[in-house]
Write a protein of this length. Structure first.
Length: 274
């Protein structure tokens, strides 16, 4: 059993964050599982009791300054910036306020939280900050732009922090999941129906991109992206490894069978034509 660490996981009310919080607590770590709202807290507290683990459950909306100020009083070894929201729709038709909200949570809220803990870790000379990015931070699909753009921003922020904080003894890493069965992708896919109406929208309903992505807006999210969602267990285990291991890769991409395809898609952008 590794020495216990103090670990903060945001967005722990569901998905990867929820499962990883319980798993790390089972392994003897002091986990602060932070949820966006209080109803999520109740379910997580009950789950911890059922599994017989000690879990510190807190209400932390990363966009709330008072919540962040309180969080910065905690002494932690590892921060998982896992909180995120997603919206789908035609970028030229979606309300800008909705796109701004995605950035407020995924980018600015997480960065504001990180800044306080970065100072704490730098002064101590140790610590680890892990950003939950996405395959969507490396490649872009049509009508996923609000979410992809926020994850691209995270990629830049995380890389800069890696370079800036490494001399101070603070490690930075990213997790780049493909599609996994957490409910997040399904909720994001449902938002597409809000912003695409075949009767009034001017955006194309069916087409194939220059990169070979088939787009059918009347289909569900899985058919739109051409991807099958995988069971999330390997991502939960990745959370554990990143919390416990002393060193490792900066970028952690899963599933492994999507790496070559993603690199080819990145390279193909250089040859796109108008």
């Amino acid at each position: 059993m590794p020495d216990g660490k103090r670990i903060l996981i945001t967005g722990a009310g569901s998905g990867f964050g929820r499962s990883a919080s319980l798993r790390l607590a089972e392994r003897g770590h002091h986990v602060i599982a932070a949820t966006e709202n209080r109803p999520q807290m109740t379910g997580l507290i009950d789950a911890a009791k059922e599994r017989g683990v000690e879990l510190q459950v807190e209400n932390l909306d990363v966009t709330n300054e008072l919540h962040r100020r309180h969080a910065h009083t905690w002494d932690i070894d590892v921060l998982f910036n896992n909180a995120a929201i997603g919206e789908m729709g035609p970028l030229s038709e979606m309300p800008l306020d909705l796109i701004r909200k995605v950035f407020e949570v995924n980018v600015f809220g997480n960065l504001a939280l990180t800044q306080g803990f970065a100072r704490q870790m730098a002064e101590r000379g140790s610590g680890r900050i892990v950003w939950l990015s996405s395959i969507a931070g490396l490649t872009t699909n049509p009508y996923l732009a609000p979410y992809c753009a926020s994850k691209y921003a995270i990629e830049s922020i995380a890389q800069a922090l890696h370079d800036e904080l490494k001399p101070l003894g603070v490690q930075v890493a990213t997790i780049n999941p493909g599609p996994y069965q957490t409910g997040f992708n399904d909720r994001m896919g449902n938002s597409l129906r809000t912003w695409f109406d075949p009767g009034s929208s001017f955006s194309a309903e069916r087409f194939t991109t220059d990169l070979g992505v088939d787009v059918h807006l009347t289909d569900d999210y899985g058919e739109l992206t051409g991807e099958n969602q995988k069971a999330p267990e390997e991502i939960v285990e990745l959370f554990v490894r990143l919390a416990e291991e002393d060193s490792g890769l900066y970028r952690n991409f899963l599933p492994a069978d999507r790496i070559d395809e993603t690199k080819k898609q990145q390279a193909a952008v250089w040859d796109l034509r108008r």
